[in-house]
Design a protein around this ligand. Sequence first.
Ligand code: SAM
Length: 271
Amino acid sequence: MPDLLIHSMSEFSDIILDGLAIAKAEHVVEIGAEYGGMSTMLANYALEQGGRLTSIDPLPKPEFLDWVGGADHVTHIGKPSLAAFDEIADADAWLIDGDHNWFTVYHELKAIDALCERDGKPLLAFLHDVAWPSGRRDMYYAPDMIPEAARHPHDFDGGALPGHGSLVRGRGFRGMGHFAWALHEGGPKNGVKTAVEDFIAERNEAGRELAYAEVPAVFGLGVLFDLDAPWSNALADLVIPYHENRLIASLEANRLANYLTVLDFQDRNAA
Ligand SMILES: C[S@@+](CC[C@H](N)C(=O)[O-])C[C@H]1O[C@@H](n2cnc3c(N)ncnc32)[C@H](O)[C@@H]1O
């Protein structure tokens, strides 16, 4: 049976690997490995460059752990991202695909920015899940890890549906016990895209301008980079044709509608 819901960052591998090559990135850091679908591609890229991959994931799947043991130029840090930054130096590029909520992503970006400044590197980050469903709604793998003041009321059972600000019972896109959704979509400090926007606004206000492009496919890929990086024009040329591309966006809306229809069938069968 083919995978009915493609969801890995590896779907964007052409854009990401070309982007890394344009920036001549050697040390790549990945937050969120899961099965290692993207990790293996990043590791192959790093090997060709004589570089390395650091992959941060507190709870990756056994498939990733089996693979990472045999890859000498890959380091796995088995911690949540916000506890792992002290162990990282000289990173050229970042993939952010761990816990998809405002608190985590905003603080990941702040920590990455501080490391880039310390190490004299321009910022280059590829962020997954900047579009529906996590763009404007927090998702929590481990709600207890998020400070109470920053954590939205949430639920492990409710489902997300496009156009429904509240969660729905017994329907929609849901975590089946693996993750929780914020009860409500939208509003301040809610969702991955909101975290990216808040971070960009602060950076730009400080006079350190960032460029941002968004590919509206497979839950959304954000590409965030320093405007004054020596490779920024070349990277912009790569990503601009994809940025908010209307054809890609309508294909994504159709993909989601089809997938949610499959879920509906499955839910009715189960009932
Ligand atoms: C959507 S999956 C990543 C998929 C992978 N990047 C890919 O493209 O195939 C999210 C992963 O993030 C991990 N994760 C959850 N919270 C995290 C955190 N705070 N820091 C790092 N990883 C986290 C989960 O264990 C899970 O394996």
